[in-house]
Each structure stands twice: as C-alpha cells, then as structure tokens.
Design a protein around this ligand. Structure first.
Ligand code: 5GP
Length: 177
C-alpha cells in the first residue's frame, strides 16, 4: 500500500511513460546527430521527464535548468511569467530543446519561446510530456510530445499538487470521492 493509493488514480502507468520517452529520445537522437544540443528543463515539473529523456538521447548533450513562475489572477494564470532561476551559460549559437511537463494554456511556453529567441540560439524546439489542448489560449507547436490528455488536473512524475506528489512514478488524477 503506497501513500498515494487512496488519493490518486493512475492515468498513465510508469511503463507507458517510459516506452514513449524512449521513442522520443530515439527521435531526438536522429534529429540532432552532429549538433550541439542543450536540454533546458523547466523547474520543477519537468525534472523527472528531463532526466529520463536525457538517458535515451545518444548524443553528448548539455543540460540547463530554468525556473519560471506564473502570476496568478485568482485561480487562473495571467500569462505574465517571472524568471526565478536563470541559465548558467549563454545559449548563443546552440541548439536548444525546451523540456516541459505539460503545455496547458500555453502561456508559459509562449513566454519561454520569446525569452529564448532573444538569446540568439541556432534553433529552439519544444518537448513536452503532456498537452491539454482543450485549455490552450495560444497555439504552441510541440515538436516532441509524449501524450495528449483531456482536461483533468494531473499529478505525479514531476507534476505537483501543493508541491507534493511529484515523486509518483506515473501520471495520475486526484480522486474526487
Ligand atoms: P500553462 O502556462 O501552459 O498554462 O501551464 C504551465 C504550468 O502549469 C505547467 O508547467 C504546470 O506546472 C502547471 N499545470 C498545468 N496543468 C497542470 C495539471 O494538470 N497538473 C499540474 N500539477 N500542473 C499543471
């Protein structure tokens, strides 16, 4: 009996996550062969996806972390994003892959894409484990997408509820009963 059994229902089991991430890693390996690739993990939600994905990329990549936090107007994000942790190296001339846990409204990714464009990289692409298209406020092209999910609040595998539940090996939904 695990601590989350009573509160969380499995949506995407660990095996399914790992199989898809292996496929994405193989695709990225093909696409970036011979190039200087930097993975940028967006804190904190992407860290599990980032480390598993990185282990499936057969290239000498570098890894950076970026912290962002969106301002809330009530319960909805306002779309205004603040950088809470910046990169340790310049990205000029590098191939950048932004790694996110989920693209929901798309406002965070829109901010990140504009922010990175200004740093003069050779290219910028997006990898996201999940996408909730029904909630999109802006269109984001996700180059490497794990799963499209319906509009439910998910936790686990990096995704939190009150900063907890990130350490579940699967993606789940909170039980409402
Ligand atoms: P967006 O700016 O696309 O609306 O969402 C950005 C952030 O909101 C995501 O990186 C994630 O941290 C959070 N988020 C969006 N949907 C969910 C969800 O279903 N569960 C959790 N735990 N976080 C979410």
């Amino acid at each position: 009996m695990a601590f989350y059994d009573d509160t969380v229902e499995v949506m995407l089991p660990a095996e399914q996550l790992q199989a898809r991430i292996a496929e994405l890693g193989a695709q990225i390996t093909q696409d970036y062969r011979g190039k200087e690739l930097t993975l940028i993990g967006v804190l904190k939600g992407s860290i599990f996806f980032l480390t598993d994905l990185a282990r499936h990329i057969d290239l000498p990549i570098t890894i950076e972390l970026m912290g962002v936090s969106s301002y809330q107007g009530g319960t909805e994000t306002t779309g205004e994003v603040r950088v809470t942790h910046d990169l340790s190296r310049p990205m000029h001339g590098r191939h950048v892959l932004l790694v996110e846990d989920i693209v929901d409204t798309g406002l965070t990714m829109k901010f990140l894409l504009a922010n990175f464009a200004a740093r003069g990289p050779a290219s910028v692409k997006v990898a996201s484990l999940l996408e909730k298209p029904s909630r999109a406020k802006v269109k984001i092209d996700i180059d490497y997408k794990g799963f499209v999910i319906e509009d439910r609040f998910v936790v686990g595998y990096g995704l939190d509820y009150g900063d907890k539940y990130r350490n579940l090996p699967f993606v789940g939904v909170m039980r409402t009963d």
